[in-house]
Design a protein around this ligand. Structure first.
Ligand SMILES: Nc1nc2c(ncn2[C@@H]2O[C@H](COP(=O)(O)OP(=O)(O)OP(=O)(O)O)[C@@H](O)[C@H]2O)c(=O)[nH]1
Length: 308
């Protein structure tokens, strides 16, 4: 019998898809590795990490699997309330991904920073793969020693040495991460490589405005999809025309978002419009609709439509 194609070996039980991110202490080589995987530098325009749940950096298509690489701000020792909020957000993003790549540089001893992060991620549901980065900087012997030291640190699902600089093992790493994804239908269309960061941020601004003051009542039951966006000239001025849909899970939540006589939705629109205008430096026409999508959090097809 001929060997099955690589993709079928990878996902013997069926198609796999899910989210992955790289974590690790500062300077561990996370961004360089993400760039090496994506194959080109992608400027991250997000300067609002505290509001962004996760920004999709890239969708990697493999036969039998789809790996979605998301960005997360790094965990750090909080000095301010904002720092704490940021850390909470990092943890919640980490807890949403399926596979975490913990980056540990080959050329530095394992230190307290690595142990701290390992402990944090060991408490999450996601599978943890150790990535020994910057392998090109050390000898074979030193690399072997580091792999053994990493092996003692935690019961990782896999340990993969890579060099983002030479490209060595970068493809293998994507295959290894993909092999730990849950079985799932494809989450993004075939031709999708990355999400437009501006679109993601605009939807986040609408989501934030819609949640303001009602977070207790609607913690995670809300998602925003930008249906249409175009630049137009109106009365001699350029403006961006945006149609967005706010999805909630239940009729009662729809009522909360809209408010009495639509008053609250109007305020949401005004606030989001001002912030979007500031973000894109243009006048904005914003059209908001609220829809009920029952159980969207559990429906993969709907989830991907909603940009998750
Ligand atoms: N030789 C070599 N250098 C690397 C490699 N990967 C990253 N570096 C270097 O290591 C340094 C840190 O890399 P980054 O990718 O910025 O690390 P990071 O983990 O994203 O850092 P923070 O943003 O501080 O969290 C940079 O100077 C990179 O050029 C590698 O595979 N080989």
């Amino acid at each position: 019998m001929p060997n099955p194609p690589a993709g079928e070996q990878l996902a013997a039980g069926g198609f796999r898809a899910g989210f992955s991110c790289f974590v690790g202490r500062p300077n561990a080589g996370k961004s360089t590795l993400a760039n090496a995987i994506i194959g080109e530098k992608v400027a991250i325009t997000s300067n609002r990490p505290q509001t962004t749940r996760h920004v999709v950096r890239a969708v990697m298509h493999r036969p039998g699997a789809q790996l979605i690489l998301v960005d997360t701000p790094g965990l750090h020792r909080p000095r301010t309330l904002l720092g704490e909020r940021l850390n909470d957000l990092v943890r919640s993003t980490w807890s949403e991904v399926d596979v975490i790549g913990l980056c540990i540089p080959a050329d530095e001893r394992i230190g307290p920073g690595d142990r701290f992060i390992t402990k944090e991620i060991s408490e999450l549901k996601g599978t943890v793969v150790a990535v020994v980065t910057k392998a090109d900087l050390v000898s074979r012997e030193r690399l072997m020693e580091q792999l053994q030291a990493v092996d003692k640190l935690y019961d990782f699902a896999d340990i993969v040495p890579v060099s983002a600089k030479t490209g060595k093992n970068v493809d293998t790493l994507v295959d290894v991460l993909s092999s730990h994804l849950p079985e799932s239908p494809q989450l993004y269309p075939d031709d999708m490589v990355r999400e437009d960061p501006e679109r993601v941020m605009i939807s986040e601004l609408v989501r934030e405005a819609a949640l303001e003051g009602v977070k207790e009542e609607l913690p995670h039951s809300i998602a925003v999809v930008i249906e249409e966006m175009e630049d137009e000239v109106s009365e001699g001025n350029e403006r961006r025309r945006i149609y967005a849909e706010i999805y909630v899970e239940r009729d009662s939540q729809k009522g909360i978002v809209i408010g009495k006589g639509g008053a609250r939705l109007k305020r949401v629109g005004t606030k989001a419009r001002k912030e979007i205008a500031a973000l894109i430096d243009s006048r904005v026409y914003l059209d908001l609709h609220v829809r009920v999508a029952k159980d969207w959090q559990r429906d993969p097809k709907l989830l991907s439509r909603l940009g998750f």
